[in-house]
Design a binder for this molecule. Sequence first.
Ligand SMILES: *Cc1c(COP(=O)(O)O)cnc(C)c1O
Length: 458
Amino acid sequence: MPTTKYLLDESRMPRHWYNIAADLPVPLPPPLHPGTLQPLGPDDLAPLFPMSLIMQEVSTEREIEIPEPIREVFRLWRPSPLFRAHRLEKVLGTPAKIYYKYEGVSPAGSHKPNTAVPQAWYNAQAGIKKISTETGAGQWGSSLAFAGALFNIAVTVFQVRISYDQKPYRRALMETYGAVCHPSPSNLTNSGRAVLEKNPNHPGSLGLAISEAVEVAATNDDTKYALGSVLNHVLLHQTIVGQEAMAQFEMAGDDPDVIIGCTGGGSNFAGIAFPFIGQQLRGGGKTKKRRVVAVEPAACPTLTLGKFAYDFGDTSHLTPLVKMHTLGSTFTPPGFHAGGLRYHGMAPLVSHLKELGLIEASAYHQTECFDAGVLFARAEGIVPAPEANHAVKAAVVEALRCKAEGKSETILFNLSGHGHFDMAAYSAYAAGKLVDMDYDQAELAMALAGLPSVPEPA
Ligand SMILES: *Cc1c(COP(=O)(O)O)cnc(C)c1O
């Protein structure tokens, strides 16, 4: 009988996170202090993060142990299942084998609790009682709210205005877990007030919500900040996903030729891909060369059209400068439905791998992604999050390429979350009201022209 899902026993849940910094052929360009333009030291980040997380951020150790209290929480939903998409394969008539790792089984419905739980735990260990953060679609905010509830931390969330309006139930979920949620831009911070003065109807952006959350942490001694993507330690925490997938492929007696993840800040993509990439960088694994594909929205094409340059992580320029693919920190992406992908930058680690030619990137518009998501739902049952629809779309494209070429390749994608809180977007799609959006060319040119000038290191 053909197997549909590959399940690991709890005892086989990974005991370490995998740190790709240990295997990089060229080290990552260092983050810079925004004032001095000198490489940042661990102490520079101390106002925002507990030292344990800062040490993970700069670590080059290959394996970092997952503390047992964190593994204990993970057992609520991990290991997550790896599915073979037999029905989708049949619908597409492809000789390809399609697998998906399903992260929607977590309490918040996405991969985000994989880092929210460790971040909250390390903060609690450091005696922190308050954390501020931002959220786009609400996935990260509800994940940190959940983690805060476990470790007695008061969580304040700045939610991007357009998502706050589109998804009232994400806010309800955050409040259920005990967090407080404000629309961003808000009048609670200097960053928010400055934007509202110019445009009271500003839709918000992740870059702006980050400014508000960082400002609250930087100006309150008792409050730390947490980020749901982009940073090295966040990507590190997500590698539990790819490590589980490797063990599950061993069970299946298979190995992926193509690995796909959608990219907002890069964390779920890194989570599924980095352990496989690391294996190949160390010369292990199968001798065949795997392709690794990052998928982003055409309306926010960071990896495919952005510049690889030092830039700020936020709109108000409160964060360090990091070298990444960026559309410019003042760029506001149009308000499409995959709110978790509306970020001007990309994780430095993912950007670096792209520059080294170790990964590919592609971009799709939202209606073609929803076409793929609905096709997937009708075949496999799970309704994907709008963000995850981008990965589904790319998997369908690869499967149809295999069909045209008569190849039976193995395709793996990360189904980063379910779309149960995104049904307004599916309603719009069903009513034919979902349109493809384009970014404002003039605004992008201006945002790119405004990139900070950073001298090449001597
Ligand atoms: C947040 C989110 C993303 C995008 O963030 P990454 O850091 O790029 O993974 C993708 N999918 C889902 C379901 C999300 O919640």
